[in-house]
Ligand binder design. Structure first.
Ligand code: 2BA
Length: 109
């Protein structure tokens, strides 16, 4: 068995969990926050048999789209905040960051 940990955008979460449920894949949704943008995102934990990993990865890929987002950078440390005019920078968000981990054992009591 494998644990698929997928970090996705909140906007994609419902579509993705619906698509997983349609194929009878169970998932647990955690509300998380990215360390860079400090915005909410969603982490899904999906435990599956080894032979189902590829199908789940395909479902994630299909349901998580990439987007550009403008971000105002934080003012530089030690600088004069009054004279600092933040210039928004474009970062790519969305898609999915996925980790596939081995599961040593699974119990359902
Ligand atoms: P955040 O850390 O909020 O990052 C959001 C997006 O900002 C990133 O998208 C990336 O496009 C950009 N970004 C992140 N750090 C950057 C930097 N130092 N300079 C310029 N741009 C930067 P993704 O790479 O797709 O990541 C989306 C979210 O997935 C992340 O949110 C974080 O919550 C998670 N994540 C990504 N890589 C991870 C990792 N190696 N370990 C744990 N979580 C990860």
């Amino acid at each position: 068995m494998k644990m698929i940990v997928a970090i996705v955008q909140d906007k994609d979460t419902n579509r993705l969990t619906d698509a997983l449920s349609e194929k009878d894949y169970k998932s647990t949704k955690l509300s998380t926050r990215g360390g860079f943008l400090k915005e909410g995102n969603t982490t899904l934990m999906i435990a599956v048999d080894d032979e189902d990993v590829d199908e789940v990865l395909a479902i994630i890929k299909e349901n998580c789209s990439k987007r550009d987002q403008m971000v105002a950078p934080i003012s530089p440390m030690g600088g004069n905040a009054d004279s600092y005019i933040p210039k928004p920078v474009k970062v790519e968000v969305g898609g999915a960051n996925v980790f596939v981990l081995p599961i040593e054992s699974f119990f359902h009591f």
